[in-house]
Design a protein around this ligand. Structure first.
Ligand code: GLN
Ligand code: ZN
Length: 767
């Protein structure tokens, strides 16, 4: 029988209930018992919802719930707890301390959080496991077993989701001071996994899902033996328990060779990310394996309705070869990365809403596909007819297709990807115009977004502020921000970004081709959720987006004003993107819109323009062999957005990371006149890497870390600047914080920036 299955359901709840529960618990407004009860109710609701939608018993996920992060859950499960958390009082306190740090001065407790990292190429962040060389593993919690039993008591047979041992180790690192490859801990880790499996089997579980998404990476050949050892061990630990091994986010590629000999009962493949892989996987499995295939045909990473006919054809093909009993229909990955349901989207244009499917709607798609293959298409005729209609409407909608945008893209010429002259000539022209001192000082763009600023924006939205009142409010903020910057002694000023809620959402709201959901939240990290804008159609810029504010700001100062924009790759990366054309084309449309803005800013007399691209790195494909084409179009998109100006206009870019090693050629290819980057951890390796790469343009490695309220001293920053100057040419060095100041308070910002400007001034005198 073809089985309708799911890999994971969003845990935050239809109205972000989990966020509220957890935050109230942190604030002391909710006790532990209430937190646990709230979470239990939420899990029950989600299981029932999946069962009622028709996901098969035994293939509804459990243990996909987490109070903070599923990787962190596994660290507590197997007792991988760094020593600094050892003295905390009770498990939940340890758990949250590892996730977000804990300060209780009255008890002398002050522990920072563990490191967080983006989960593959998603916007979800996981806690990075840190292993000691002599790491021990023991089964320390019963969470997966408890949640399995909890569902069973409701009459729902679930498939516990466990992060596989190879992925757990591969995603982790050796603890500070140690240097070894965590995968060497496999032998010690397996018995803890085995006890977990035994207990799950005893509790009545029939299936267990091991997530092994690292199979989407390039893995060393030695991993074949690790996979063999791990899964042979686990299969024999609980012989009655059927193992589904799940890969997602990319193709398995040659790693398939590791998998085919394993004693597993099913393999999940992501046919959304790697549709081209179906034939080879099917052939290999039918020739040399006995297991079933779980077909990830519904996109767990995006919000569009699936083309059910196309999905059914794929599933039929596999069923034809393997037989119905060896086929599961599934989302491509856990639905964690898709919002809960469309029910709340009452304000969205109904034509657009009809093209979408959030998690709940995707469950129904899975069930319909399985039923169509099992019982024939007539059994779901109405569903299929409605789906065909939606797909057809979307394909031809004139909301999506804007001939002017398509024509503009077709008319792009090679010279639109380069500046008029090379960097040295431009930098000289810019200097003639800007007359900047040595070690020019600037900021990355935003200034503290106080409660007052956020309230003003809400008032405008609710109609409690007229446009004029809001305008006056923002101008007042800009006025005082400019005065502030002049007083602390900055050289290139910014307007402060007070009119922006978010660096992507603001532009999305100004552009055509975007729509915003009311409730389309997805978890980003811990209790933090984001509501990515949806790019549904051709992108165009009906009106200038930032010129008004930048131009106003320039009238308030004689110093150069820096215009502030978000780059095309970042706009793409932090949105749900249309799937009916290559991502590259959508990015180029965004780039053209930003290019118009850049040109308009220049016309309005803005001499410096910064185009932020913090997301270029996170867009990197998981496989090395896919990097080159991506990096090529990502750099081109930036160039397309930034090169429409005269030599004397200075283009800045900003990136919030410090890991450039693999992408130097791209960073150089962007040809920004100045790049500001994160370098707050005083990482000399980074600077020496810039030096040995031979980076030629202006560069501002952040002189201090804005992520903490701590005020760095002059001495400290002077030392950092001196270190930088050992590696970088002094004519090219800029002095700036390492990111925007939006989350900081005014007081610490003032002290820190004053110290920073003093350091630059002192250096000028001496050099
Ligand atoms: N200009 C943005 C700001 O200052 C940049 C934010 C970012 O890099 N993430 O807030
Ligand atoms: Zn930044």
């Amino acid at each position: 029988m073809v089985t309708a299955s799911n890999l994971g359901f969003p845990r935050i709840g239809g109205n972000r209930e989990l966020k509220k529960l957890v935050e109230n618990y942190w604030n002391g407004k909710l006790d532990e018992k209430a937190l646990l009860t709230g979470a239990k109710n939420l899990r029950a609701e989600h299981w029932k919802l999946q069962a009622e939608a028709g996901i098969a018993q035994g293939h509804i996920p459990s243990n996909d719930f987490s109070f903070y992060d599923q990787v962190l859950d596994h660290l507590l499960l197997f007792g991988v707890i760094p020593a600094r958390y050892a003295n905390l009082q009770f498990p939940l306190e340890t758990y949250f301390a590892m996730g977000r740090g804990l300060q209780k001065p009255e008890q002398g407790i002050d522990v920072p959080a563990m490191e967080m990292k983006k989960w593959f190429d998603t916007n979800y962040h996981f806690i990075v496991p840190k292993f000691e060389a002599n790491q021990e593993f023991t089964l320390r919690s019963t969470k997966p077993i408890d949640e399995y039993k909890e569902a069973k008591a409701l009459g729902i047979q679930t498939r516990p989701v466990i992060l596989g041992p190879i992925s757990l180790l591969h995603l982790g690192k050796a603890a500070k001071g140690a240097s070894f490859d965590p995968i060497t801990l496999l032998d010690k880790l397996l018995p803890a996994y085995a006890s977990l499996l035994t207990q799950l089997a005893e509790a009545g579980a029939e299936w267990v899902q091991f997530d092994e998404p690292v199979l989407s990476f390039d893995l060393p050949l030695a991993y074949k033996a690790y996979y063999a050892k791990a899964y042979q061990y686990l299969a024999s630990a609980a012989p009655g328990l059927k193992i589904l091994l799940a890969n997602y986010f990319g193709r398995i590629g040659s790693n398939l060779d590791f998998i085919t000999p394993l004693p597993i009962a099913a393999l999940h493949v992501d046919l959304v990310r790697a549709p081209e892989e179906l034939d080879i996987v099917l052939q290999t499995v039918s020739n040399s394996a006995q297991f079933a295939l779980s077909l990830g045909v519904i996109n767990g990473r995006n919000i569009w309705k699936a083309d059910l006919d196309a999905a059914i054809a794929k599933v039929n093909k596999v069923a034809g070869v393997l037989g119905n009993d060896r086929v599961f229909v599934a989302p491509s990955c856990s639905l964690l990365h898709t919002p809960h349901s469309l029910t709340a989207e009452v304000k969205m244009k109904s034509e657009i809403r009809d093209w979408l499917a959030f998690s709940v709607e995707k469950l129904h798609e899975i069930v319909a596909i399985a039923k169509a293959v099992r019982e024939g298409e007539a059994s779901v005729a109405d569903t299929l007819a409605a789906n065909r209609q939606s797909i057809q409407n979307r394909r031809t909608s004139n909301l999506i297709h804007n001939p002017a945008v398509k024509a503009a893209l077709a008319a792009v010429t090679e010279d639109m990807f380069r500046r008029k002259s090379p960097f040295p000539k431009r930098y000289a022209d810019q200097q003639t115009k800007l007359q900047l001192p040595a070690f020019p000082t600037t900021t990355v763009g935003s200034f503290p977004q106080t409660k007052e600023v956020r309230v003003a924006r809400q008032k405008l939205k609710k109609g409690e502020y007229t446009a004029e009142e809001y305008d006056a409010f923002i101008k007042k903020e800009i006025d005082s921000c400019i005065k502030f910057q002049e007083e602390v002694g900055l050289d290139v000023l910014v307007h402060g970004e007070f009119e922006r809620n978010d660096m992507v959402e603001y532009f999305g709201e100004c552009l055509q081709g975007y729509v915003f959901s009311q409730n389309g939240w997805v978890q980003s990290y811990g209790s933090r959720c984001v509501k990515p804008p949806i790019i549904y159609g051709d992108v165009s810029r009906p009106n200038p987006m930032t010129v008004y504010w930048s131009q106003y700001a320039q009238t308030k100062t004689k110093l150069p004003m820096k215009g502030m924009l978000t780059g095309p790759v970042t706009c793409l990366q932090w949105s749900f993107v249309r799937d009916d054309q290559p991502r590259k084309d959508t990015t180029f449309q965004l780039a053209l819109a930003i290019r118009q803005e850049v040109v308009d800013l220049e016309k309005a007399g803005i001499p410096v323009i910064q185009i932020d691209e913090p997301a270029i790195r996170e867009g990197l494909p998981l496989r090395h062999s896919d990097w080159a084409p991506y990096l090529d179009w990502a750099a081109k998109a930036f160039l397309l957005s930034s090169t429409g100006v005269e030599d004397s206009t200075q283009i800045h870019t900003h990136m919030c990371y410090s890991d450039f090693n693999d992408i130097f050629p791209t960073i150089q290819a962007l040809d920004a006149d100045v790049i500001t980057i994160e370098n707050s951890k005083s990482d000399l390796k980074l600077l020496s890497a810039f030096e040995s790469y031979g980076y030629t343009n202006g560069i501002g490695p952040g002189l201090y870390d804005i992520h903490s309220p701590r005020v760095p001293s002059e001495g400290e920053m002077k030392e950092r600047l001196d270190q930088m100057l050992q590696y970088l040419k002094k004519e090219l060095v800029w002095v700036n914080p390492d990111c925007g100041l939006k989350t900081r308070g005014w007081k610490e910002t003032e002290e820190a920036l004053k110290n920073m400007c003093e350091v630059a001034k002192a250096k000028r005198v001496k050099s």
